[in-house]
Design a protein around this ligand. Structure first.
Ligand SMILES: Cc1cc2nc3c(=O)[nH]c(=O)nc-3n(C[C@H](O)[C@H](O)[C@H](O)COP(=O)(O)O)c2cc1C
Length: 415
């Protein structure tokens, strides 16, 4: 028996239930039983500018991030008992493919800043866990590389690059198709750059240079520095081909800044619908009319999201608009949800309020920062265990039944 198992033996509380239906938690599950535990370790384990990049949000008070968590916490589920032959089947079908659980790794720029080589760690974990990894176009690994590592689970997200009739965007679509990406996601909720005070205080500029300020940040983190030495500085790998193969990271970043901008217009969404034959999803929907507009243009899915509170501090908690968006969409498209998910019960809450599946951003990044390359798999397992556990608690045998639960959601927005 390992030290961790012994710890489990002595510490697991047996007084609250009958014989365990699953093995007792051990190892990482004991040391980091919540995402908050990972977050705390992440704060100690990586340079501050890196932690703040992930943990930060829009606005002086970062209140949208807090609002997401508070609104999810306030959603109450009424459990049902007495079901025969009970098993909690967490599998979910999305766009004709089956995934192991209703949670995906949300698209995030520069995971390699958080832990050098982070994109590859996320892709490997997603493939092993059989959940979607949505590669951000602003990530530090190419679609080609990620599709190689996660051939069954790679989705791809685009930010708008309006020059030359979206030529770069459409070339990325071509590349995504060539490597068999399973779904294409257009992010709508970044109409302009936003102010994230923590990034400004840290003078976070990509690519960062180890100057006096960052030197003090990185010095206490030898494991992170070692990973940096192995993988090098992170850059916008998907754009390298357009900026020029031989140009420096700094020039790629400058190129991307000059080329990007604005939110995709509905006319542009229609053009992507024509160009991309696979499942098309729009992300960042908070108003039911926007969801309807997207569905009328033929999108297959919408992500109800406020970008994890990173864009507009005064945005509503995304869980508070989910029921209205789900009602507007009906069964015409798949409704996905993100912003604030920190537990399996949060996932079940979102499914009870109309989402078919969810995305999680920071939870996976905290795992990466706290535990390095093994972090994302730990977070995936954490969600598997917690989602199954929550389903057992509320009495639902499969994800489809979660929708039938009685829910109290007093902060839901009426439009
Ligand atoms: C560090 C970081 C970078 C992000 N970068 C992107 C991105 O490149 N594209 C995108 O559509 N969303 C991006 N997001 C938003 C996430 O996709 C997702 O909407 C958000 O993280 C969900 O909230 P959560 O972190 O509370 O789970 C980013 C989020 C974080 C935390």
């Amino acid at each position: 028996m390992s030290g961790d198992d012994k710890e489990a033996e002595s510490e697991t509380n047996e007084t609250d239930g009958p014989a365990p239906i699953k093995p007792r938690p051990s190892g990482l599950a004991l040391r980091y039983p919540t995402i908050e535990d990972l977050r705390k370790r992440a704060r100690r384990r990586v340079p501050r500018f890196t932690f703040d990049y992930v943990d930060g949000a829009a606005g002086a008070g970062e209140t949208c991030k807090t609002r997401n968590a508070a609104a999810l916490d306030a959603v109450e589920l009424v459990p049902r008992y007495g079901v025969e032959n009970f098993t909690a089947d967490t599998e979910v079908e999305l766009f004709g493919r089956r995934y192991a659980a209703p949670v995906a790794i949300a698209p995030m720029g520069l995971p390699g800043l958080v832990w050098p080589g982070g994109e590859e760690a996320l892709a490997r974990a997603a493939q092993a866990a059989r959940i979607p990894f949505i590669l951000s176009s602003a990530a530090g690994a190419t679609i080609e590389r990620v599709a190689e590592l996660a051939p069954d689970c790679t989705w791809f997200q685009l930010y708008r690059m309006p020059r030359n009739e979206l030529a770069i965007n459409f070339d990325l679509v071509r590349r995504a198709e060539a490597v068999g990406v399973q779904a294409l996601m257009l992010t709508l909720d970044v109409p302009a750059r936003t102010k994230r005070p923590r990034e400004l205080r840290n003078r976070l500029i990509i690519p960062y240079t180890v100057g006096l300020r960052t030197f003090a940040h990185v010095l206490p983190h030898p494991a992170w520095l070692l990973a940096l030495q192995r993988h090098g500085q992170t850059a916008f790998a998907n754009y390298q081909a357009y900026a020029g193969e031989k140009v420096s990271n700094r020039e790629v970043v400058k190129f991307v800044r000059e080329q990007s901008g604005g939110s995709f217009t509905w006319n542009e969404v229609a053009r992507f619908r024509d160009a991309w034959k696979g499942p098309l999803v729009v992300k960042g929907i908070l108003h039911p009319h926007d969801a309807e507009r997207a569905v009328e243009l033929g999108v297959d899915g919408v992500v109800v999201s406020n970008h994890g509170g990173r864009q507009l501090e005064s945005a509503p908690a995304s869980i508070d608009v989910l029921p209205a968006v789900a009602a507007a969409v009906g069964d015409r498209a798949t409704v996905l949800f993100d912003s604030g998910i920190r537990s399996g019960e949060d996932v079940v809450r979102a499914l009870a309020l109309g989402a078919k599946s969810t995305l999680s951003g920071r939870a996976f990044m905290y795992g990466l920062a706290a535990l390095g390359p093994r972090g994302p798999s730990h977070v995936a397992n954490f969600f598997f265990d917690e989602i199954a556990e929550a389903m057992r608690q509320v009495g639902t045998r499969h994800c489809g039944e979660i929708r039938d639960l009685v829910v109290r959601h007093s902060s839901a927005l009426a439009f």
